[in-house]
Design a protein around this ligand. Sequence first.
Ligand SMILES: Nc1ncnc2c1ncn2[C@@H]1O[C@H](COP(=O)(O)OP(=O)(O)O)[C@@H](O)[C@H]1O
Ligand SMILES: [Mg+2]
Length: 253
Amino acid sequence: MRTIAIANQKGGVGKTPVAVNLSVGLAMAGRLVRLVDMYPQASATDKILGYDTELKASAYNLLTQNSVTLADVVIPASQEGLHILPSDIELSGAEVELISGIGGQTRLATKLYKSRIPYDYIIIDTPPNLGMLTINALAAVDEVVVPVSPTSKALKGIHLLERTIEDVRNNLNRPQLHISGVVCTRYGRTNVSKDILEIVQTRFGDKMFTTVLRDSIKMEEAESRSQSIFDYSARSNVAQDFADFVKEVISRE
Ligand SMILES: Nc1ncnc2c1ncn2[C@@H]1O[C@H](COP(=O)(O)OP(=O)(O)O)[C@@H](O)[C@H]1O
Ligand SMILES: [Mg+2]
């Protein structure tokens, strides 16, 4: 089983679209996938389940209540082979509860694997900060995939993410944890995009995915309908990019 957190403390770089479409794409390729939403705004949950789904329980309950188990929280998505551990706005309160609670950094790690379902992938979407929810995600996985969008400040603060990963690896005893890939999202036909992509490629070398995800209004349109890019516009350039990206992830199995 591969366990991957999609992380970058910058907002708007495409973490949620990458987490959602990677999960759907892997499931379409026959993998059994659980998408875990650790973002209180629940963007991934909304995209997978639709905007007005009533949840019985969410990641908040799993993280803060001992009696709540995975089976109480995880629900199947309409895509075959995809399950989701949903988030809701209550999860924002978990930050504070986790800081003061015993084992607050590893709550997710302790519960995430107590499933009898033989998942091939667990993909975690994370919030745009390096708080307790992101730390819980990092402490629960082996791999981190970092989406980077090519704007002038693309790499600003990326060392903070790297240092946090380092801290989790050393202090929470997760020797496997590492950045396994960096993917360029929202790539535009501009000189800035081209220049920054080169800088990012130089910085991350062979960790860089060859596939570049082009910027496209189709992404937002798909999101507004709670559809994956494959369902919404399978023939668009950006759907092709995501399909290539999914293949690249699979090729690293
Ligand atoms: N190729 C692409 N990859 C990822 N996001 C894209 C792409 N093209 C356009 N977008 C848009 O970029 C925005 C990314 O923002 P968001 O989902 O908030 O990112 P994050 O989860 O990192 O905060 C979304 O509105 C999405 O529709
Ligand atoms: Mg997001």
